[in-house]
Write a protein that binds this ligand. Structure first.
Ligand code: XMP
Length: 522
């Protein structure tokens, strides 16, 4: 049994991912009901089912058609387990195909967007759902004929089988997406299924998560085991470290690598929080010479990333080897990373965010992984961090890329450019945070653009570089919008950068959304 299968509680809802854009949203919605949920790919669904013993199954939507020869397939035994099943869109079509129904292409081609739901039977799944509420359709095929035992609970203008059920077997199907915010009463339908029909246990909440996670770490590591772990100062590794530390105390050995690409005050912040406040065993390795040495003269962004990743692995490996008794490696891996890596190896999800964290980990260390956050989403990790008493400045902090300031320092990376960039970044952070403007922003930072432009300083003409401000809002970093700050704040930032940081003659604001631009400049 793989590491992935060993973790996470049993019970709850198993979600089979047919490649749905919204699969993680379904999992989140279920967890918001205090019910554990877990996503699996169709190929592994029965295996995971047997291990997890879920109380209900949700079959997600997906971009494919059930007739395509390589459409994602699922062992139909999942319908013989005696637990309620909710099929959403493709999930409904798959269920119909395997229960004697018929699926055809939608008559006027694909149906996308809003439509009104005419409720015909407002019991169980549709209890409390309004008449003519808006639901969100997105499908190319539809069910043309229901299998024996099924009945219609609701229809919509183009779709006679918008909500169907076989109540005896507790199979339900929705031709639209209940998990998206645009579907009115979608939350009620999911709640009706999870709590009403399936009567799932409501035992998932951040309060008891702390105790459960600590107990799991204690059990895995044992009474003598030691753990070594890299601390980046970011949310995930910090929360993971504090949890592991609660479980095993001084048997956790943290390593913080200063790569010379950090923001002002970052290293000191980590030292004061983890060493002085939490009294953790923390080793700070100043490897900035080595990183900057290897980066000298390199301008290509991908090469920069690769070099930084490789040097990090080398430095960390050397440190980990010093912890001779450590047989375990702590990591702040999150659930989306796990799902992505499963999907990347043959799963159905069609768009996978490329994951570019620094270096990954040394493969040759032969250590057992301790990953207490492996079944959690980012917002759950934040809640856990708060529960553990971590300060909001850490738990709610803006993301910072693994390769650090190197991807914000265009061209080659030198101390002569990093110092002023660090100064400008500090000014941006101070002004945004002191004015309470950070709450609406996903990220706010400065970029060093080594392009000489003319300026006047004193009585002389100068040719100096450009500092760009990047201020974006976003939900998940997949898309982002540029944002403005109040003019007086922008003026202060600009004045301070031009006066306090000596190498810039010009400050510009990046007004590009993602896509087509990315958030970072490299
Ligand atoms: P982009 O620039 O692709 O960034 O729009 C999306 C989000 O990811 C962060 N980012 C990184 N994070 N290692 C990381 O850990 C990286 O190499 C990396 N590159 C970008 C970026 O800050 C933004 O939040």
């Amino acid at each position: 049994m793989s590491q992935h299968e060993q973790q996470g509680p049993s019970g709850g809802v198993l979600i089979v991912d047919f490649g749905a854009q919204y699969c993680q949203l379904i999992a989140r919605r279920v967890r918001e009901l205090s019910v554990y949920s877990r996503i699996t790919v169709p190929e592994r669904a029965m295996f995971t089912f047997q291990h997890m013993r879920p109380q209900a199954v949700i079959l997600s939507g997906g971009p494919r058609s059930v007739y395509e020869h390589d459409a994602p397939q699922l062992d139909s035994k999942i319908l013989e387990q005696g637990v309620p099943v909710l099929g959403i869109c493709y999930g409904l079509q798959w269920m119909s195909q395997h229960t004697g129904g018929e699926v055809t292409p939608a008559k006027e081609g694909a149906e996308y967007g809003r439509t009104e739901l005419q409720v015909m039977d407002a019991q169980d799944l549709l209890a409390g759902v309004r008449q003519n509420g808006i639901v969100w359709m997105s499908h190319g095929d539809k069910v043309a004929r229901l299998g024996p035992g099924f009945q219609v609970l609701a229809k919509s203008e183009p779709c006679p089988f918008a909500v169907v059920a076989d109540r005896k077997r507790r199979f339900f199907g929705l031709q639209f997406h209940p998990e998206v915010a645009h579907t009115q009463d979608g939350g009620t339908m999911l709640k009706n299924f999870v709590l009403g029909v399936a009567r799932c246990s409501t035992n998932w909440n951040p309060g008891n998560l702390v105790d459960t996670k600590i107990a799991a770490v204690e059990q895995l590591v044992g009474e003598q085991g030691e753990v070594v772990m890299g601390l980046s100062g970011g949310v995930d590794s910090s929360v993971a470290a504090v949890l592991i530390h609660r479980a095993i105390g001084k048997r956790l050995h943290c390593v913080f690598v200063d790569n010379g690409l950090l923001r002002a005050g970052e290293r000191e912040g980590v030292e004061s929080l983890f060493r002085d406040h939490y009294h953790m065993d923390l080793k700070v390795v100043d490897a900035s010479e080595r990183f900057l040495g290897e980066l000298a003269g390199v301008s290509d962004p991908e090469r920069k990333r690769k070099i930084i990743g490789k040097v990090f692995v080398d430095v960390f490996r050397d440190e980990a080897k010093r912890s001779v008794h450590a047989k375990f490696l702590g990591q702040g891996t999150l659930y989306p990373d796990v799902i992505e890596s499963v999907a990347a190896h043959g799963g159905a999800t069609s768009t996978i965010k490329s994951h570019h964290n620094v270096g990954g980990l040394p493969k040759d260390l032969d250590l057992t992984l301790v990953e207490p956050l492996r079944d959690l989403f980012k917002d759950e990790v934040r809640a856990l961090g708060r529960e553990l008493g971590l300060p909001s400045s850490l738990v709610d902090r803006q993301p910072f890329p693994g390769p650090g300031l190197a991807v914000r320092c265009l061209g080659d990376v030198t101390r002569a450019k990093l110092e002023p960039l660090r100064g400008a970044d500090r000014i941006v952070r101070e002004e945004v945070e002191q004015n309470g403007l950070h709450k609406g922003l996903w990220q706010y930072f400065a970029v060093y653009v080594p392009q000489k432009t003319v300026g006047v300083k004193g009585d002389a003409r100068v040719y100096e570089d450009v500092c760009v401000l990047r201020l974006v809002s976003s939900q998940d970093a997949m898309t982002a919008d540029w944002e403005l700050l109040p003019t007086p704040v922008l003026k202060r930032i600009s004045n301070r950068i031009l006066n306090e940081v000596k190498v810039f003659s010009r400050v510009c604001l990046d007004i590009s959304s993602k896509p087509p631009a990315t958030i970072e400049w490299e």
